[in-house]
Design a binder for this molecule. Structure first.
Ligand code: SAM
Length: 232
């Protein structure tokens, strides 16, 4: 369970709302039971149930189990997709180790806004399910030209381009340092966008193979290759 930082041994934490409902009604915790807490700052801790009722559960923090993970410094920059498909991207990017998810607005995006609060909930639940000890950051959607215009110099921008590029596994396995993967929307990038991306000094077009993948598939495939190459 992710809670507000910072956890420390001996603290008492009172869990309320949905997490309390999950602990009390689904997991049916009772005093003395063990619960694992994370706080995205200090890592993962063992805690014990002190008392539990249907509205709140009181936990006492015991020992730290794991330090906060060091995830590869990889951003996913997916064009905003329709809600249910973008929900999948948020969940899978969390499971596959992205450090940051930066949604991008392009001319052919079908969706033009993101409920960041709801996105954070999806990310937190995915992190709890896959036992991450660090939450990926989620940015507010930015327009493509603003993203490119303000791009951090030291970060490679792998541009998933169905028109062709380096095989993604080659590009990733020889890369060392901060990186990002840019994925287009359902309708793809338009010619002007594609030219602007390719003209950017940090951009490196990569191919995910001969077939045209949906945006969510391309994001998952690219992250899976990255994870395989990065080894974590
Ligand atoms: N041009 C596509 C079409 O004709 O349907 C529309 C874009 S595709 C549905 C969504 C995005 O996934 C693309 O913008 C690209 O970023 C990525 N993508 C899809 N297939 C890819 C491939 N084989 N290699 C690299 N990127 C790919």
């Amino acid at each position: 369970l992710f809670v507000e930082p910072e956890l420390a041994a001996g603290q008492q934490r009172v869990i309320e709302g949905n997490p309390a409902h999950y602990l009390a009604r689904v997991m049916r915790v009772a005093p003395g039971d063990a619960v694992i807490l994370c706080d995205d700052a200090t890592g993962e801790w063992a805690a014990r149930v002190v008392e539990a009722d249907k509205r709140s559960v009181t936990l006492e923090v015991a020992e730290r189990l794991r330090e906060r993970e060091e995830v590869p410094d990889l951003w996913l920059c997916p064009a905003l997709l329709k809600k249910d498909r973008f929900d999948l991207v948020l969940e899978k990017a969390t499971e596959l180790g992205a450090a940051r998810i930066q949604p991008v607005l392009t001319r052919r995006c079908v969706a033009d806004k993101l409920n960041v609060g709801r996105a954070s909930t999806i990310i937190t639940e995915a992190a709890e399910q896959c036992a991450r000890t660090a939450l990926p950051e989620i940015g507010d959607p930015v327009k493509l030209d603003a993203l490119l215009g303000d791009w951090p110099e030291t970060r490679a921008l792998f541009f998933a381009d169905e028109d062709g590029g380096e095989p993604v596994a080659d590009a990733f396995c020889y890369h060392d340092g901060p990186a990002a993967i840019l994925i287009g929307p359902e309708g793809g990038f338009d010619d002007a966008e594609r030219a602007a991306i390719r003209a950017h000094p940090a951009a490196r077009p990569v191919s995910l193979g001969p077939r045209i993948l949906r945006g969510e598939t391309a994001a998952i495939a690219a992250l899976a290759v990255w994870m395989a190459e990065a080894g974590d």
